[in-house]
Ligand binder design. Structure first.
Ligand code: CUA
Length: 337
């Protein structure tokens, strides 16, 4: 026999596979194999079951190849062939038809029943609407005036039903730690159901290529204790405070009279633009540009003056401001929370 399967190589392959798997669990990016809610737990269980079955098949097939190679050598040495213990046809029936059918049946039953469970409506879910734009997310709470962007606030422990629509192309809503992926399709409303077991911050990502900044179309699901969530909603329903006279008030005037108001809305002002994110609670958001950069004064200044450098291709044009106007705008935005 010219080529032999060397056990040493198998060992190296198994070690490489094991280290690749280990890498999935760690690091900064959220992993679907580190579930933080019932939906993602169910998906992870299916994944592990399939990995287990695939590993068993691999071990058996590799073992048979190894045995066959050894037996062939032994029979070559003896100068004669040897019969398979079960007969050739029995081997083909069992290995080629019975076992694969059983494996596929198990996987089919598990995946179909899991999919049914994942799409089943829960009692008294919190309804949220999420609309995809190139390249950010609008988040609305039906029955309230609350509109925000790129952050989906949810009460921990309560089932959430999110209605997904898109303003332009196909996007996909994916929070690996909480649920599977559901696409946002033009002209259609899809629903994803999830529950965050514990309070925390869970990173989400658009999972369908949607253009230049697809990779920077991320978002955060922020799960709070129910009381904190209710307070969060109430604060956004109350009339927004007037900015104190001075720099912030001047900033509001600039916002309302400049190109800002053409694209953005801020509750309680004349700014009613709809092509960019609603900025009513901007100062309370963690990030700018759909998790492109941290939300701080320096990054906001850079974003206002030249958002194209930070996120090329987004709709926000460079804004020409008189000296002092930027300071006033920054002071004003810090009051919108
Ligand atoms: Cu939106 Cu990719």
């Amino acid at each position: 026999m010219s080529s032999r399967l060397r056990p040493g190589r198998v060992g190296v392959a198994v070690m490489l596979a094991a280290s690749a798997l280990a890498a999935c669990g760690g690091g900064q990016s959220p992993s679907a194999l580190d579930p933080k809610g019932p939906a993602s737990e169910r998906i992870a269980d299916v994944w592990w079951l399939m990995l287990g079955m695939a590993t068993a098949v691999y071990v058996v097939v590799a073992g048979l190849i190894f045995l066959a190679a050894r037996r062939r050598r032994a029979s070559d040495d003896e100068g004669g062939g040897r019969r398979l213990p079960l007969g050739e046809n029995a081997f083909i029936w069992i290995g080629g038809i019975v076992v694969p059918t059983a494996i596929l049946l198990v996987i089919a039953v598990v995946t179909v029943s899991s999919t049914a469970d994942l799409t089943r409506a829960e009692d008294d879910p919190l309804r949220i609407e999420v609309e995809g734009f190139k390249w950010w997310w609008e988040v609305r709470y039906p029955g309230t005036d609350v509109v925000t962007a790129n952050e989906v606030h949810v009460p921990a422990g309560r089932p959430v039903e999110i209605e997904l629509t898109t303003a332009d192309v196909i996007h996909s809503f994916w929070v690996p730690e909480l649920a599977g992926k559901v696409d946002l399709i033009p002209g259609q409303t899809n629903v994803i159901r999830l529950t965050a077991d514990q309070p925390g911050e869970y990173r989400g990502q658009c999972a369908e290529f949607c253009g230049l900044q697809h990779a920077r179309m991320a978002f955060l699901v922020i799960a709070d204790p129910p009381q904190v969530f209710d307070d969060w909603i109430d604060r956004r329903q109350a009339p927004p405070p007037e900015p104190a006279p001075g720099l912030a008030a001047e900033g509001e005037r600039i916002f309302e009279t400049s190109s800002c108001a053409g694209c953005h809305a801020i509750r309680g002002t004349t700014a009613r633009g709809v092509s960019g994110p609603d900025l009513s609670d901007f100062a309370s958001r963690r990030t700018i540009g759909a998790v492109t950069v941290e939300n701080n004064r320096e990054n906001l200044a850079e974003w206002i003056v030249d958002a194209q450098t930070m996120k090329p291709g987004n709709l926000m044009p460079p804004i020409a401001l008189e000296p002092g106007e930027l300071e006033a705008l920054l002071a004003y935005m810090e009051t919108r929370r």
